[in-house]
Ligand binder design. Structure first.
Ligand code: SF4
Length: 334
């Protein structure tokens, strides 16, 4: 039985936030002083949730946070996840899950190889400037830039591929980093993806004026070098482009100016075990409470299928009826 919502979308991508603690204070995310609010669960609980969801058709699992590498035991958890197999398979590599992780990269240099050996397929590093001073102004953590660069290079050596670097663009903060990031993608051999700023920060300061849109990013990058669009799967969040000489690839995730909800294949589990059917959900569904009351795996599967039937059709960013999400990004996990 596969997971399908009432709009006919198959849910195949699961994001698990394994902590809402973070060692960075990025200005577009942790604008306030909330800190960790919800806490986290034993890995055994996330593993059981993942096992039930894989049996329902999940093929990709992404670990997020807060900052997931702050959790001791994350390597063993990746190893356990990598043992899970997709149902009805013949037991060969086709049944292996695609396991990814999103990190701010600060702790990645020492963990990249052990994560790869444990079964991690790929990693995405959040990095919003290639200028060290600007990087510090955005993250509000001195000395972080060198750590992150070392982490990216260690991930490449470990063979975590494709290696993506996500940059959230905010007008007035880092739109001048577009071309330097194009150069960075070519020099470091990583895929740089620009993300339009979304209203998920703590103090709700977002406005349409702060968004650097897809069209703007493309026209700026074209001042540096022509781009060629790469065909991409409909459920992919990023539009992909290669530079005309074939060296270097960028992506643009444009949920505000070019929403992609029509092909959304994602659900999320928060660090405290709640299901969120959309990044902009205004409510949670308490899967962990079902486990605590002694539900069987079959009952958990039924609960999850019921929740997926309530999945939102799309977000309403910038519309008169837009209601802010009930949690901010650091407490959802992207
Ligand atoms: S906003 Fe919600 S529905 Fe749209 S792509 Fe994101 S998670 Fe999916």
């Amino acid at each position: 039985m596969l997971l399908r919502d009432k709009f006919g979308r198959y849910i195949t991508d699961l994001r698990i936030s394994i902590t809402d603690r973070c060692n960075y204070k990025c200005v577009y995310c942790r604008t306030g002083n909330e800190g960790a609010l919800y806490g986290d669960l034993p890995f055994a609980d996330y593993l059981r949730m993942a096992r039930v969801l894989v049996a329902l058709g999940i093929t990709k699992i992404r670990l997020t946070g807060g900052e997931p590498l702050l959790r001791k035991g994350v390597i063993d958890f990746v190893r356990e996840l990598s043992q899970l197999r997709r149902p009805n398979g013949s037991g060969n590599s086709a049944d292996v899950l695609d396991i990814a992780l999103t990190t701010n990269g600060h702790l990645l240099a020492d963990l990249a190889q052990p994560l790869k050996s444990a079964g991690l397929s790929r990693v995405t590093v959040s990095m919003d400037a290639v200028d060290p001073d600007r990087f510090t102004r955005i993250t509000r953590v001195p000395g972080g830039f060198d750590h992150v660069l070392a982490g990216i290079r260690a991930a490449r050596r470990a063979g975590l591929w494709p290696l993506k670097v996500n940059c959230v663009l905010m007008r007035g903060f880092n739109e001048d980093q577009i071309i330097p990031f194009g150069m960075f993608a070519r020099e470091e051999g990583v895929i740089v993806r620009f993300i339009e700023f979304m209203p998920l920060e703590e103090e709700r300061t977002w406005s349409p004026a702060t968004v650097v849109t897809l069209d703007e990013i493309l026209s700026r990058m074209a001042e540096y070098r022509p781009l060629v669009e790469i065909p991409h799967a409909r459920s992919e969040t990023a539009r992909r482009y290669r530079f005309d000489d074939g060296i270097g690839e960028i992506g643009i995730i444009a949920p505000v100016s070019h929403p992609f909800c029509g092909h959304c294949s994602r659900i999320r589990i928060t660090s405290d075990g709640k299901i969120r059917t959309c990044l902009f959900s205004v409510w949670d569904h308490d899967l962990h409470a079902q486990m605590q009351r002694g539900a069987s795996d079959e009952e958990l599967a039924e609960f999850i299928q019921g929740v997926v039937l309530k999945k939102e059709e799309r977000h309403h960013i910038g519309e008169p009826d837009f209601v802010p999400a009930s949690r901010t990004m650091v407490h959802i996990g992207g």
